[in-house]
Design a protein around this ligand. Structure first.
Ligand SMILES: [Cu+2]
Length: 509
């Protein structure tokens, strides 16, 4: 009776300490940007940077920080004590001196195992409770997104069952079957039935999960084949660091584009002949300049000129300028500048040759310069219609980016030289999403591949609205190369129309 009382007391005390510790830790640790406590209810996980951070009431930022530091000190101290105790092996020496075992290590280990299990499983439950709503989602804004969320939830449920069962058994058995003096362990090396059991069950479960994933993936990848002609296409162009969207103009045909045509005025490299021609002229001019530079480098004119600017900088003690001019002089002397000029000429000559190849080949010319690109519209926002399928055709200017639409559960790599695409059907308009998440909310397409210094800010707004609204918005956008035929009052009509028509004709020719 006495020992039972003692046991109950011991357990209650241990549970109280654990619960107190878990509670205190849960209120001091804040996973930046994810903690539900610090944002008002119903704010979305993705795009949370659009929302103002509200510090918890009564708890200033300093309080939260010092609380975190306090906990870090406590955890650190406990670890230090454990490490020191181990290092000095205190119990071993006392046992040696006194001649009897003071601490039973087996006993210590089994209790540590049990405590670890309880704390660990409590932490897992806490994690589910506090951050679960950010993981177990069911508010997708696209049609396939619900299947995606469902698969995620199903996987998490199955793995959680296995996790809790195996972790419990692992630590509970370590506790229950701890070594006792005089007891011998059972030697149990193999059991075929068990092996078969724990191979076949996971195999069946994983196959089911993978098959469902594959099926969902097919609806995305083969959507264009299944709904021929019924899907709107938009080109999404990625560059360091931003996105552009391209829509077919009034002709309804998306013109061809090529990286070779890219210039300052033709950012997406559209096959628009006048612009491509002026690019060739510009490249020719630049080559001439580089050739002149090579001559000047050989005759020493460049070096003399740069040295003169050094003297100038020296006179006014502009040390920054002096440093960069010194580097320039070094590059001229060691031949780097010459190599650079030659490489640049090579590159530009090749570019001109490749463009000429296209222009001189009849079929290629017809495919590229058919006028389809002339009225294409390039925009800084993506507008798509609710409840209708849309395909994003991705193209990258420089390096690999990744287009990510978290609310639509869509992501696709954007790779230079390799067209990729993603088809989906948005089911929740921006207006509906605003009602759910607040007026500040907007859909964004983010870059989800760390691509450089401004990667964090590489995003483009996505507006989901009715088809009529999308059409109206598109009508208000100007094509890059030619002005649209404007609707003008009847009085001015004859005059203006002739003008715009001529512009259009010249542009197309
Ligand atoms: Cu990027």
């Amino acid at each position: 009776m006495k020992s039972l009382l003692k046991l109950t007391f011991k357990w209650t005390l241990a549970a109280a300490i654990l619960f107190g510790a878990a509670y205190a830790v849960s209120h001091s640790i804040d996973v930046q940007g994810v903690s539900v406590d610090h944002y008002t209810a119903e704010k979305p996980l993705f795009g949370a940077d659009e929302f103002k951070y509200e510090a918890p009431k009564g708890d200033s930022a300093e309080d939260a920080l010092s609380s975190k530091i306090n906990w870090a000190i406590i955890v650190f101290s406990i670890m230090m004590v454990l490490v020191l105790a181990n290092a000095f092996d205190i119990s071993k020496y006392t046992a040696k001196i006194t001649g009897r075992e003071t601490v039973n290590q087996n006993n210590v280990n089994k209790w540590v195992m049990l405590i670890f299990m309880i704390v660990g499983l409590m932490a897992t439950v806490w994690e589910f409770k506090n951050h679960g709503k950010h993981i177990l989602l069911n508010n997708s804004a696209s049609e396939h997104g619900f299947a995606y969320d469902g698969m995620f939830t199903m996987t998490l449920i199955l793995t959680s069952i296995v996790f809790f069962a195996t972790q419990f058994l692992l630590f509970w058995f370590s506790f229950k079957y701890a070594n006792r003096p005089g007891e011998k362990a059972l030697y149990y090396s193999h059991n075929n039935r068990l092996e078969i059991f724990w191979t076949i069950i996971p195999a069946i479960v994983l196959t089911a999960l993978v098959l469902r994933g594959h099926q969902t993936w097919r609806t995305v990848v083969y959507a264009e084949d299944n709904y021929k002609g019924k899907i709107k296409s938009i080109e999404i162009f990625a560059y360091q660091f931003g996105w552009k969207a391209r829509y077919a103009g009034e002709d309804g045909i998306m013109g061809k584009a090529d990286y070779k045509f890219i210039s300052g005025k033709n950012e997406l490299g559209l096959a628009y002949e006048p612009e491509v021609d002026s690019l060739m002229v510009e490249l020719g001019k630049q080559i001439e300049l580089e050739k002149q530079l090579i001559k000047d480098l050989a005759s020493g004119v460049t070096l003399a000129a740069v040295q003169a600017t050094y003297t100038e900088a020296e006179n006014i003690r502009d040390y920054n300028a002096m440093e960069s001019i010194e580097k320039e002089i070094e590059a001229i002397k060691n031949g780097d500048r010459l190599d650079e000029a030659e490489a640049s000429i090579n590159r530009k000559t090749k570019q001109i040759e490749r463009i000429k190849e296209i222009k001189n080949n009849k079929t290629q010319f017809a495919a590229y310069f058919n006028g389809a690109a002339t009225d294409d519209i390039i925009t800084q926002e993506i507008h798509i219609a609710k409840d209708s399928l849309v395909t994003f055709n991705f193209r990258s200017k420089d390096i690999i980016h990744s287009a990510w639409l978290p609310h639509m559960r869509a992501q696709m790599n954007v790779v230079p030289g390799m067209p990729t695409k993603f088809t989906f059907k948005p089911t929740k308009s921006t207006l509906e999403a605003k009602q759910e998440f607040g007026q500040e909310f907007d859909y964004y397409l983010y870059c989800n591949k760390i691509c450089g210094v401004s990667h964090y800010n590489m995003k483009i707004k996505v507006v989901v609205e009715s088809q009529a609204e999308v059409d109206a918005w598109l009508k208000s956008q100007q094509p890059v190369f030619i002005k649209k035929t404007e609707v003008v009052p009847a009085v001015l009509k004859s005059d203006t129309l002739t003008n715009t028509d001529t512009t259009k004709r010249i542009a197309i020719n």
